[in-house]
Structure formats: structure tokens, C-alpha cells
Design a protein around this ligand. Structure first.
Ligand code: GLC
Ligand code: CA
Length: 554
């Protein structure tokens, strides 16, 4: 495989609204991010992905863009953005922005012009259909609930939105629209971006002509997935995008791709793929139910292992997955993948290493390096996330009581990951001097960056060691390019794998509170990382403490 500049990197996702507020308005901003770059450099981060900070009404927290060429004043100015790009570069790091082009905002000029003249140029940028009373063009259910069709204001048309009604889908069949997108991407790449994280991209190709599918819930609607499964030819758009943008700049691109088929993996992330990489969401979607979030099953340690290994097997050495335990759309990984009551600094470190040592590019979501946990929300009024509000309604419709519905959906709320970053034990965790837009998790007095930076045994210090290990000249080749080989898969609550390159490493996590032994096939040379001091018993048979994690050089 041809070596690429991004193969050996470590990435970090910033959710701007919740990262660091510089001016006391309660909303994180770009000057705030700049003030924390040294913190990220110290951690060992190379690539920073910024969730959207373009001009936006923030109906979906910036994933609804009303001007792709402007920074929203709440996040700062274009000068701030240019300064951020320069400051990131000066530290030898790389900046990615979010590319949100399946849809724009209904406050985008294109959409306003489409309303004025649905038959004109900009009407062609969207999917519009003539309105018929009492009937919708199709029965597709939007990801955020309800039908995907809404009236195009002031006209006799309806427009398609697979997400919120303030996020009208852009018509990718239209070459003029595609030109606008590429032009904007190149404009940003010229400014010095290293690439993009590509939002919701599998939705850009619709199955045409539109038709309804078998309803899958009482509401008579069907999931978007039914339509996407029939859509063919997304590769033409993605290949064109790659050739017209990324390729010219040797940019890094990571796709938010779901449900790809095995035979498509090489097209997506192979040597000449549409993207450099794509996220592995297999654990994130594990236990999901067609019925709604209220019906989701918890992910057990054995499930977690199976998800990771399946994804690794499917991709093999075809390309590089981007590995995550959480992002801004998921609850906190430690609260989800570690059984309730067993969340501790040790188990957090174990989960970190099991994920981090997989083949691929590790992505850390802000606060993950501190072991930030889910928010103890006590009522729906504390939730801002539109997806959670919709799931709550679905749970009520399914017959759950208000309390049951709240408890079922809150665990999966995207707001768990969106609470402000915990910098210190000062008021509001040092995030803002004002009133934060979303309440700070009360555990900030113990879980915060300042305390962890001074503690060699903290979760953050462990992440720092993991990153340093990935960059260590002796192990880098094996950790970045080595093959992954699962071991002891028949054992319960144990996740272990070899990484084989010019060295052989063995990663072992005892995924339970009780001790557990493993018999090594050979002796080991060195313990490279251990989340405990020592082991319960050492030798060819290792006895591991509860939630012990070891990285051994064999
Ligand atoms: C992606 C984003 C999510 C957003 C959605 C619509 O899934 O990660 O936050 O709501 O796309 O843009
Ligand atoms: Ca601010």
C-alpha cells in the first residue's frame, strides 16, 4: 500500500459550541479553540476535526449551513478562522472542517431563491415535487422523525429533507449544484485546510424515480434506509468529488459512511478510494432497533469485541478505518461500552487502549481523553438535541410512560457528549465565565483536564502514553501498518489481539471486574503499557486484575 501522510496520525474532534468559550457568552468559539491548541499538542494530537462553525441558524447545531463561505458570528470571524489555520500549522498539526453537503439550511440563499422561483435555477438545487392535498410524494420517514416532505413556502411545491425540516436536501443530480460544492471545498482547501470530515454522505444518492416502500412502523412511513438500499451510483458523485477536490491537494477525507457492502469497501477507502478513511460505527449501531432508541439493547463486552473484530476483518488491509468510541452524535463511550457500575479509571483506560490499538486511525472526541461520562439529565427540559426529543415522542407513541420514555432515550442522547468540556474545577468547569448553553456535567469537580494533567495515573496521562506509543520509532510501523489478529475469541469478557508487523504486540483487556488468566503461547519481552502497577500473577500464565489492560511486546 502506498504510504500516505495521514496513516500514522492521531485525530481529535472538537465540537466548537462546547469546547472553550473566550468571551463569556456561554458558547464555545474559535478564539477559545486557539487558546487550547497547546493542550492538544501536549496530548500528541496531529489532526483536528472541527464540527461545523459556518454561518447557521443552529437548528441542528451547525449541521444546517446557511452560508458555506462564512463563519457564524457566535463562533468568531473569518479572521479568527484564518488565525486558527495558521496556529494549527505552526504547531505541525492539521485542520479538518466538516463538509455538510447532503443538505443546507432553509435559511440558505439557494433555498430562499427556490421559494421565489421553484422553476428557476435554484429550484433545481433541491428536490421539489408538486403538492397534492392529502398525499405525500413518498412515505419516507426523516431521521429526525415525521415525513421527509414539507411545503415549500409560498409555492405549490413540497421539498425533501431526510433530516430536519430546516435541512433541505441538495439535489446532487444537478451538475450546477455539484460545481458549487466543489468550488467551496477548493476555496477552503486553498485557505490551508488539510481536508474534511464528510457528513451524512451516503444520503446524497437517492433512488430515482422516487417511490414509496413498505411501511415499517404504525406511522405508515418507512426508514430512509429502504430507499438508500435501492440507490445506485453514488460512486459517480464521490469519485468526481475526489478528483475535483481532495486529490488535487493530497487532502485527508473521512466519510460518515453507514451500511456499506463488503464489496464496496475498496471503492470507499482502498488505495484509490473516494475517501482516505471512513468511521467504524459498528459498535455505535450495535443493539439498535428498527422501532426506535427506546428499544435498543445494551452493548455487552462480548458484543463490543465482536463489533470491532468484524469491522477489522471486513476491511483487513484494504484501507484504514477511523476508530472511535464516541462522537457528537453518541453518548459517552465509557458509559455505553462499560457495564453500569463498573466505570472506573481502570476500565476507561482499558477501553481506550482496546480501541486505540486497532488497525486504523484513532479519533478522540473532546473530553474522551479525560474519561468524561454521560450527563445525569433529570428532565427533558434539560435536553437541547432535536433527535432526543423525537425519540422521546416515538417512545411515548409506543406506549411507554413519560418516565420510562425519558429514561430510555436519555441514555442515548447526543447531548451526553455535547456538555461543555471540563477544563478545571473552577465554576462551569472553566468552560465559560458566563452561563453555558448546555449544563456542565456536575462531575467536573473530579473529572477535569487541570487535575488530570498533573496526575501521572490519570486517564489523560494514559491517553498520552498510548499516543506516544503509536509514535514510538520502534513500534510505529507495527501499530500503524501491522496486521490485526484476534485471539481467544471464545473467552467471555476478554478482548485480545495481536498486531503483527516488524514486531509482534499483544493487546489484552480483561473486560470484567473479576480477575482472569490467559496462557501465552510464548514468553513476552516487555510490557509496553499497563493500566495497573504489576499483575496478579506473571509468567507464561498471566493473571490479570479486573479491567486490566496490557500491551506486550512478544
Ligand atoms: C451527521 C451529523 C449529525 C447531524 C446529521 C445531519 O450524522 O454527525 O450531527 O445531525 O449528520 O447533518
Ligand atoms: Ca463565546
Amino acid at each position: 500500500m502506498k504510504r500516505k501522510w495521514w496513516h500514522d496520525k492521531v485525530a481529535y474532534q472538537i465540537y466548537p459550541k462546547s469546547f472553550c468559550d473566550s468571551n463569556g457568552d456561554g458558547i464555545g468559539d474559535i478564539p477559545g479553540i486557539i487558546s487550547r491548541l497547546d493542550y492538544l499538542k501536549d496530548l500528541g494530537v496531529d489532526i483536528i476535526w472541527l464540527s461545523p462553525c459556518y454561518q447557521s441558524p443552529l437548528a441542528d447545531e451547525g449541521y444546517d449551513i446557511s452560508d458555506y463561505y462564512k463563519i457564524d458570528p457566535r463562533f468568531g470571524t473569518m479572521e479568527d478562522m484564518e488565525r486558527l489555520i495558521a496556529e494549527v500549522k505552526a504547531r505541525g498539526m492539521y485542520l479538518l472542517m466538516d463538509l455538510v453537503v447532503n443538505h443546507c439550511s432553509d435559511e440558505h440563499e439557494w433555498f430562499r431563491k427556490a421559494c421565489e422561483d421553484p422553476d428557476g435555477k435554484y429550484g433545481g438545487y433541491f428536490y421539489l415535487r408538486k403538492k397534492t392535498e392529502g398525499e405525500l410524494p413518498t412515505n419516507w420517514r426523516s431521521y429526525f422523525g415525521g415525513p421527509v416532505w414539507d411545503d415549500l413556502p409560498g409555492t405549490d411545491r413540497q421539498y425533501l429533507h431526510v433530516f430536519h425540516k430546516k435541512q433541505p436536501d441538495l439535489n446532487w443530480e444537478n451538475p450546477c449544484l455539484r460545481e458549487e460544492v466543489y468550488e467551496n471545498m477548493n476555496w477552503w482547501l486553498e485557505k490551508g485546510l488539510a481536508g474534511f470530515r464528510v457528513d451524512a454522505i451516503i444520503n446524497i444518492k437517492k433512488a430515482l424515480p422516487f417511490r414509496s416502500y413498505e411501511p415499517d412502523r404504525e406511522d405508515g412511513l418507512c426508514s430512509i434506509g429502504a430507499m438508500l438500499e435501492e440507490a445506485e451510483g453514488i460512486g459517480e458523485f464521490l469519485g468526481e468529488m475526489r478528483d475535483r477536490t481532495f486529490r488535487k491537494y493530497d487532502a485527508f477525507s473521512v466519510g460518515e459512511v453507514f451500511h456499506e457492502k463488503d464489496e464496496e469497501i475498496a471503492d470507499f477507502i482502498g488505495e484509490d478510494g473516494y475517501f482516505s478513511s471512513m468511521f467504524d460505527f459498528s459498535a455505535a449501531v450495535c443493539g439498535a432497533s428498527e422501532k426506535g432508541v427506546y428499544d435498543a439493547k445494551p452493548v455487552t463486552p462480548d458484543d463490543y469485541r465482536r463489533c470491532c473484530f468484524e469491522a477489522q476483518r471486513r476491511v483487513g488491509e484494504t484501507g484504514f478505518l477511523s476508530n472511535i468510541i464516541e462522537n457528537h452524535d453518541q453518548p459517552r463511550g465509557v458509559s455505553r461500552y462499560i457495564p453500569a457500575g463498573e466505570v472506573s479509571p481502570e476500565s476507561k483506560k482499558m477501553l481506550a487502549a482496546l480501541n486505540f490499538m486497532l488497525r486504523g486511525i484513532p479519533f478522540i472526541y473532546q473530553g474522551q481523553e479525560l474519561g468524561m461520562e454521560n450527563m445525569p439529565f433529570s428532565s427533558l427540559e434539560e435536553i437541547d438535541d432535536i433527535a432526543t426529543k423525537d425519540e422521546y415522542r416515538i417512545a411515548l407513541d409506543a406506549g411507554l410512560s413519560a418516565d420510562e420514555a425519558f429514561r430510555a432515550v436519555v441514555e442515548y442522547s447526543r447531548d451526553n457528549a455535547r456538555t461543555p468540556m471540563q477544563w478545571s474545577d473552577a465554576g462551569n468547569a472553566g468552560f465559560t465565565t458566563g452561563t453555558p448553553w448546555l449544563r456542565v456535567n456536575p462531575d467536573y469537580t473530579t473529572i477535569n483536564a487541570a487535575a488530570q494533567m498533573n496526575d501521572p495515573d490519570s486517564v489523560r496521562s494514559f491517553y498520552r502514553e498510548l499516543i506516544a506509543l503509536r509514535k514510538h520509532p520502534a513500534y510505529k510501523e507495527t501499530i500503524v501498518y501491522g496486521a490485526l489478529e484476534p485471539v481467544w475469541e471464545d473467552r467471555h469478557n476478554l478482548m485480545a489481539y495481536y498486531r503483527r508487523g516488524d514486531r509482534t504486540l499483544l493487546v489484552i483487556g480483561n473486560y470484567q471486574t473479576g480477575e482472569q488468566s490467559v496462557e501465552l503461547p510464548s514468553g513476552f519481552r516487555k510490557v509496553l503499557l499497563n493500566n495497573y502497577h504489576g499483575m496478579a500473577a506473571e509468567g507464561r500464565v498471566l493473571r490479570l486484575y479486573g479491567y486490566q489492560l496490557l500491551i506486550l511486546e512478544m
